[in-house]
Design a protein. Structure first.
Length: 227
């Protein structure tokens, strides 16, 4: 059995990595054994040790458990910054959910696993599989990150609708403010809360200060653990 969470988002660039980082930092502060996982990453850089994902490295740094193999945390790393199924096709590889599940199960032996998806809920990862299929196979509670900006209502509601169609009800959502001058920010969040009909676990302001970041990390970790 895998204990942890699957973090998905309404789109790419909405702050999934940042939220996963905060959760891991909060769990670490609360003295939970926890490790981050980025199963699939594109836009990776070449290093002497092989391709490395900045997102995966951030999750590794935030984790309280260290010493795991990189390819357990990020089993599928691709250099091209494109959709995962296209990146896999370019390299002649196939992204297999069974491989990801096995890596996640190994990580679960050492603690809670915070899994960050790639892109949004319906992003193809190969064949007929999407991020939704990956989340369903891992059988982890799902948290939705909504990047609060113009257009987020449509993206969030369509994502929630797709999740419901898949039989998935997230344990909650996180409002991540993406712009310092968002017009009608509070009203937008209230509209999201009304229409999403799931608990809002936290609201993350634009570029929080270090002290506020620590507070938010504790709040998020507690919200995840108790959701």
């Amino acid at each position: 059995m895998i204990n942890g969470w699957f973090i998905t988002g309404t789109d790419t660039g909405v702050g999934k990595t940042f939220i996963a980082e905060l959760v891991l930092e909060g769990l670490r502060e609360a003295e939970y054994a926890a490790v981050g996982m980025k199963p699939i990453a594109t836009g990776c850089r070449r290093t002497p040790e092989g391709l490395r994902s900045e997102d995966a490295e951030r999750l590794i740094a935030a984790s309280s458990v260290h010493g795991r193999r990189y390819d357990e945390i990020n089993p599928y790393a691709f250099e091209e910054p494109i959709a995962p199924h296209l990146a896999a096709d370019l390299t002649g590889r196939r992204i297999l959910i069974d491989v990801i599940y096995a890596c996640c199960l190994n990580l679960a032996n050492v603690g809670l696993v915070v899994v960050e998806g790639i892109g949004g809920w319906r992003v193809p990862i190969g064949g007929n599989d999407t991020v939704a299929d990956l989340a369903a196979n891992l059988e982890l509670p799902v948290v939705l990150v909504v990047g609060v900006r113009l257009g987020c209502l449509n993206h969030a509601l369509l994502t929630a609708e797709a999740m419901a169609d898949d039989g998935i009800r997230p344990i909650g959502w996180v409002a991540n403010i993406l712009a310092p001058d968002m017009v009608r920010e509070s009203e937008t969040i209230m509209a999201l809360e009304c229409h999403l009909r799931m608990p809002r676990l936290a609201t993350i302001p634009y570029r929080p200060s270090p002290s506020l970041r620590a507070e938010l990390a504790q709040t998020l970790a507690l919200a995840f653990v108790t959701a």
